[in-house]
Design a protein around this ligand. Structure first.
Ligand code: GDP
Ligand code: MG
Length: 380
């Protein structure tokens, strides 16, 4: 078998020999670039750089080594060392039936909490806001991305919500989507706080809402249960301080933390194509810290963070856990519910993306063939 020379191996991986020398020293292997290393050592080096080491047999019986790139998406960190954890803002999602006032409630909180002048003239709706609670601690509010997306994120483990605010209009009561929201929140074992909205409207019946909640297995505190219910109005602002106080209290109980130094991951909650910006997405950082210039993978697409805007539309260079930002730098429109995951290099991100696109194509082709076969069988 031919020797595995360090400089050849570096070449095969598109690296300079000196880039491997440091790794070799760490492995306690002291060789010069023109010298040979053991296959086990070569394998380790390949592994560290996202390559798979393979030995191939040649016709004449002489072996040759071949390195093949295999990039994988970094897994979420599991057991985070205690000293790396930092407190983070709770992520609070407003859910409920259409027109019951989710967006209005969010807008009310935002407008009442944003210091005068800070938001500027144009407030862009990105569906996720960071605000401060009454103690000045940050909280992140999320307009419901739709129940289907909520379930999808949960199924993928990208479930970012900490607390669900169930919005029920007092003049309408529990409706089909309210019921869905309750089922989702229960299945995902989320803390539920109920905002009984539109209490200013003539014909509002907050007591009836409470009775209906009980019928759906949520017993309000004032009925002897453990579900906090607050009567509010997004129009007049009545009860909003109470709601915010409750949220802050609940967040404190949960003691949420994340590792800002971990490999960055962020969940896509909205995506759209915008004139002059191209494909953009609103993301919420789950762990690690997004940085301008960072290469990433998002579903079948690779990208590199071109710029980021905060919820006031101001450019930011970094975004840590629980922060919502608008992200620019996608090659294609990402899927809502997918995750933006930091990759080691642009090359790695691109390679993984093309692999995934190839897989998708094969799936589609396979599917088409199968359906043709099914048609054929149906005719037979
Ligand atoms: P969403 O579909 O749950 O996001 O509901 P919206 O926030 O879009 O509200 C639907 C409609 O109800 C809008 O016309 C709001 O102005 C109105 N609305 C929302 N909250 C209140 C409220 O507390 N009182 C009154 N009177 N109208 C409200
Ligand atoms: Mg809305």
């Amino acid at each position: 078998k031919p020797p595995i020379v360090v400089s050849d191996l570096a070449d095969a991986m598109g690296l300079k020999p000196f880039q491997l020398m440091a790794d070799l020293i760490k492995l306690q292997v002291f060789v010069a670039p023109h010298q040979a290393i053991e296959p086990e050592v070569a394998e380790k080096l390949c592994d560290q750089h996202g390559f798979k080491f393979e030995r191939e047999k040649r016709e004449k019986g002489a072996g040759v080594h071949k390195v093949e790139e295999v990039f994988v998406e970094p897994e979420p960190e599991e057991d985070v060392p205690e000293d790396k954890l930092e407190l983070r803002a709770p992520i609070i999602t407003f859910m409920g039936h259409v027109d019951h006032g989710k967006t209005s409630l969010l807008d009310y909180v935002r407008n009442s909490r944003v210091a005068a002048g800070e938001a500027g003239g144009i407030t862009q709706h990105i569906g996720a806001y960071g605000v401060k609670d009454d103690q000045g601690r940050p909280i992140t509010l999320l307009d419901t991305p739709g129940h289907a997306i909520f379930s999808k994120m949960r199924a993928r483990g990208a479930d970012i919500t900490d607390i669900v605010v169930l919005v029920v209009a007092a003049d309408d009561g529990i409706m089909p989507q309210t019921k869905e929201a309750i089922d989702h929140a229960k299945a995902a074992e989320k803390t539920i706080i109920v905002a009984v909205n539109k209490c200013d409207v003539a014909g509002a019946d907050p007591t009836r809402v409470r009775t209906q909640l009980m019928e759906h297995g949520l017993t309000p505190v004032d009925f002897g249960g453990d579900i906090e219910c607050v009567d509010v109005s997004a129009k007049t602002g009545a009860g909003m301080e109470d709601l915010l106080e409750l949220l802050a209290l609940q967040a404190e109980v949960l003691e949420l933390s994340a590792n800002p130094t971990a490999n960055a991951r962020a969940a896509v909650i909205e995506a759209r194509v915008q004139a002059g910006k191209g494909a953009t997405a609103t993301v919420i950082v789950e762990s690690g810290t997004l940085k301008v210039g960072m290469p990433f993978i998002c579903g079948p697409f690779s990208g590199k963070i071109k710029s980021m805007l905060d919820d006031n539309g101001k450019p930011v260079k970094t975004a840590g856990p629980a922060t919502p930002v608008e992200l620019l730098g996608f090659a294609e429109l990402p899927n809502v519910g997918d995750e933006v995951v930091e990759m080691e290099s642009e090359r790695a991100a691109k390679k993984l993306a093309s692999e995934r696109q190839g897989e998708k194509r094969n799936e589609r082709l396979g599917g088409a063939q199968k359906s043709r076969l099914d048609d054929f069988m149906a005719l037979a």
